[in-house]
Design a protein around this ligand. Structure first.
Ligand code: AMP
Length: 218
């Protein structure tokens, strides 16, 4: 069981890169944000509880996301590869991931940090639109669908995430700085961290990540 972690601030392009890379790597794309939004859409009690934190730009409790990830990895076999997008976001989550993996003879192969300046992050998130059905990510200026406001893949009407408003976005960036920077340092200390320039177009970023992983695998 092999895990590649995508790290980076909200809006750094983790979801977009993961969607492009998972198929190519034969990996399963695991997005805790997408899983939580699916719970919210279903109106489960856990979803309703999580929505409050998400709308406020806060993290949902570690126990909730660690349980979700545990359930995902429970379904996995020894040869499976996972591309984690948005997890771990706290040191506790990183420790719990290690514990879950060591119980399954799994390991973290690499932690890829997508580096993007704050001004770009804000611009990306405020202009982000998503397909509520297939979760594909668009941007009103830089990643437009073929027909305005409609998903290329399934024709669903694109929506804006409730937490992609200018004020919530700023708060999410400060939460990231406070909680997730320590996760980055942890993977740096373990020699697993690789920083990739997250500013170019999505395909270029995905190609850079594929190259880095290829080099590490030798
Ligand atoms: P994302 O789609 O990754 O930007 O996540 C959206 C929101 O879901 C975050 O702002 C958090 O409220 C919540 N969330 C996603 N992943 C996690 C996580 N690993 N730990 C805690 N909260 C999370």
């Amino acid at each position: 069981m092999n895990v590649v972690i995508l790290l980076g601030a909200p809006g750094s392009g983790k979801g977009t890169a993961a969607a492009r890379l998972a198929g190519r790597m034969g990996a399963r794309h695991v997005s805790t944000g997408d899983m939580l939004r699916a719970g919210v859409a279903k109106g489960t009690p856990a979803g309703v509880e999580a929505k409050r934190s998400m709308d406020a730009g806060e993290l949902v409790p570690d126990t909730v996301v660690v349980r979700m990830i545990g359930d995902v990895l429970d379904d996995g076999g020894a040869d499976d590869c996972y591309l984690m997008d948005g997890f771990p976001r706290t040191v506790v989550q990183a420790e719990q991931l290690d514990a879950v993996l060591s119980a399954r003879q799994g390991r973290v192969e690499a932690a890829i940090l997508l580096d993007v300046p704050d001004e770009t992050l804000i611009e990306r998130m405020v202009g982000r639109r998503i397909c509520p059905q297939c979760r594909r990510i668009y941007h009103v200026r830089t990643l437009k669908p073929k027909t305005d406001g409609v998903c290329d893949d399934d024709g669903a009407e694109l929506i804006q995430r409730d937490d992609d408003t200018a004020s919530t976005v700023r708060h999410r960036l400060s939460v990231y700085a406070r909680q997730t920077e320590a996760v980055i340092e942890r993977y740096r200390d373990d020699g697993l961290l690789v920083t990739v320039d997250g500013r170019p177009q999505a395909d270029v970023v995905a190609a850079s990540i594929a190259t880095v992983l290829g080099e590490r695998r030798g």
